[in-house]
Design a protein around this ligand. Structure first.
Ligand SMILES: Nc1ncnc2c1ncn2[C@@H]1O[C@H](COP(=O)(O)OP(=O)(O)O)[C@@H](O)[C@H]1O
Ligand SMILES: [Mg+2]
Length: 219
């Protein structure tokens, strides 16, 4: 079984939290990281960060665009088009290649990011796959609104939410508001790391209660 790691926004910590989850799950099973659609390759690739930070198997992007733009715009600028059917086909191939492998699938931007000029959204593809999600949210001011909206959006599409991982400095009030008002488990909190490297991330992951739910989802 596989799951999504989605965020309330871009630059919110999806990649770092995906790496932390992969490193943690590698002690128990065979996770692999996949970012199906990525933009901004001119500034680096999430897949390289996750490989460096977690050491787990990573799978090449199905669509990789140069400019750091919403995928519908990044694709348009290269006269390309994200075809959801080819994403789904790739997903099926990955499952067939290694049925014992659990995919940790990183989203792009927030969940309503458009993938193409038809207005097909990332959340439409999530619904097509019908996999559960981990939601990454920042811990600081503004997170309650963004996180509750993201949870509502996923639930309105009938998607299961495994829980929220908060990223940033500790903020107990925001944590309890998201847990209580969003009726969602907080799987953990990732504090700011300096330097950001694999060993520190692995140590941080010990304070995050990921195993129960995520391992169950991976199986
Ligand atoms: N807990 C953290 N400690 C240190 N740096 C972080 C942390 N979380 C995120 N960052 C940094 O913030 C930036 C955005 O994080 P990233 O995981 O790439 O976000 P997203 O995948 O949601 O766009 C990156 O440069 C990343 O290295
Ligand atoms: Mg990312």
């Amino acid at each position: 079984m596989s799951f999504f790691v989605v965020g309330t926004d871009t630059e919110i910590g999806k990649t770092v939290v995906s790496a932390m989850i992969c490193a943690k799950l590698a002690d128990h099973g065979r996770p692999a990281y996949w970012k199906p659609v990525a933009s901004g390759s001119s500034e680096g690739r999430d897949v390289e960060d996750v490989a460096r930070l977690s050491g787990v198997e990573v799978i090449d992007e199905t669509y990789l665009f140069r400019d750091p733009l919403s995928p519908h715009l990044a694709a348009r600028s290269e006269e390309r088009w994200v075809d959801p059917a080819s994403l789904t086909q790739r997903y099926r191939e990955l499952l067939e290649e290694a049925p014992d492998r659990g995919l940790v699938i990183e989203g792009i931007g927030g969940v309503h990011v458009p993938l193409n000029d038809d207005g097909y959204l990332w959340s439409d593809w999530m619904q097509e796959l019908d996999l559960p999600s981990v939601v990454v949210a920042r811990s600081t001011l503004g997170t309650i609104n963004h996180t509750l909206m993201t949870l509502e959006c996923l639930r309105s599409r009938g998607l299961k939410i495994l829980g929220v991982v908060l990223n940033g400095p500790t903020n107990p009030e925001n944590r309890s508001a998201i847990r209580d008002f969003g009726k969602v488990p907080i799987l953990g909190q990732l504090l700011p790391l300096d330097p950001l490297e694999g060993e520190g991330l692995k140590i941080s992951s010990k304070t995050v209660d990921l195993e129960g739910k995520l391992l169950a989802a991976l199986r």
